[in-house]
Design a protein around this ligand. Structure first.
Ligand SMILES: *Cc1c(COP(=O)(O)O)cnc(C)c1O
Length: 370
């Protein structure tokens, strides 16, 4: 059998090694973030490897993600953090999933029909996204204490999230850390002293070394081997995702022929072009039209013209390619192939978006470099 027509190949060994390296580097236990299908890598297999590598916690956005982890047999601590009114908090309580509360109304609703629901409180220290503002914090703490007293909930953590941790020169991170410390002190004085205290994401945990109050760091992108702040530093981790397919066709076109929709590329000379059978429905960014590159026969080949829904065209003139030849869209970069970071630059986005958007008709294949 030949390999699948188009697949995401995930090196679980790379993820394991990345997490182990991060455990050595970060002075806190790790919550490995496996939301969004583990940033496109496949949630359940990644979760298993993360636990093997010593992840004390798993982090997800939605309750459904947490329930899927439980259904797959994960019994360890899991935190979810993005809920809408009316979600199944009874089930979260029954399955021992920690949920996050942002405000008093949410706390009251969540604690109405439950016993022993594990709740972490989120303070908004400056991102202005989810979480209680500093002004709301005293009321949130009071409501949490009351709900805990009734037995409905147990407050298991207090946390916040950086707005700009990938820029170590931005003083905002220290301001946020100070606000977080103040909020923690307030909660402590009021009688809340939960175990899980966390603020940093990958960038915060690897670029800052001063957050000593935290017991956990939430690690997403770095576990997958990508740098959270590529402009600032390379963590020297191994990217786990390779996207590969095979050329559907190769042909010659004449000088002056337009390529793909809108003819945004016109062949300046006779050219050999190759048809790559994946497109934006698989997550190949249309914004990388005319700018991305793929790897064929050890040569970087330019994307010509627009990326379409199911396919795009590349210049195979230097690659001497034939139909059926392997196309690496991106990989770890060790052989010279383009990386997710290269595609991020080509499409004016961040590596996070490149890997987490890959999907569509791509299948997942797991390898383990050990
Ligand atoms: C996604 C997410 C993370 C992980 O961030 P990385 O930059 O990928 O490490 C951490 N915390 C929260 C709240 C998140 O939503």
């Amino acid at each position: 059998m030949t390999s699948p027509r188009a697949e995401i190949v995930v090196d679980l060994g790379a993820i394991r090694a990345n997490i182990r390296a991060l455990r050595d580097r970060v002075r806190a236990d790790l919550m490995v973030v496996v939301k969004a299908n583990a940033y496109g890598h496949g949630m359940v297999p990644v979760a298993r490897v993360a636990r093997e590598a010593g992840a004390a916690w798993l982090g997800v956005a939605t309750l459904d993600e947490a329930f899927e982890l439980r259904a797959a047999g994960d019994t360890g601590p899991i935190l979810s953090w993005l809920h809408v009114p009316g979600e199944d908090f009874e089930r979260a309580a029954a399955l021992g999933v920690d949920v996050t509360a942002y405000g008093v109304g949410e706390l009251l609703a969540m604690s109405a029909d439950v016993h022993g629901l594990r709740v972490q409180l989120k303070i908004d220290s400056g991102l202005s996204r989810g979480g209680a503002t500093l002004a709301q914090w005293p009321d949130v703490v009071a409501a949490a204490l009351q709900a805990q007293h009734s037995g409905a909930i147990e407050v298991t953590g207090i946390w916040s999230h950086f707005a700009n941790a990938d820029d170590p020169r931005d003083p905002l991170s220290q301001i946020q850390a100070d606000r977080f410390s103040q909020a923690l002190a307030f909660a402590h004085d009021a009688g809340l002293a939960p175990q899980a205290i966390h603020l940093a994401n990958s960038a915060g945990a690897t670029l800052r070394t001063t957050d000593t109050v935290c017991t956990l760091a939430r690690i997403g992108i770095a576990a997958y081997g990508l740098d959270p702040a590529p402009a600032v530093s390379s963590l020297g981790l191994t990217p786990a995702m390779t996207v590969r397919t095979r050329l559907a066709m190769v042909k010659s076109i004449g000088a002056g022929e337009g390529v793909s929709y809108g003819h945004t590329f016109i062949a300046p000379r006779p050219m050999q072009i190759g048809l790559v059978p994946i497109g934006y429905a698989e997550g190949v960014p249309r914004h990388a039209s005319g700018r991305g590159q793929v790897w064929i026969n050890d040569v970087r080949c330019d994307v010509l013209g627009r990326v379409c829904m199911d396919q795009f065209i590349v210049d195979v003139g230097e690659a001497g390619a034939a139909a059926g030849d392997e196309v690496i869209v991106f990989g770890p970069g060790t052989a010279g192939e383009p990386t997710a970071q290269d595609w991020a630059v080509a499409s004016d986005t961040i590596n996070y978006e490149i890997v987490s958007r890959m999907g569509g008709r791509l299948t997942h294949t797991y390898t383990d470099s050990g």
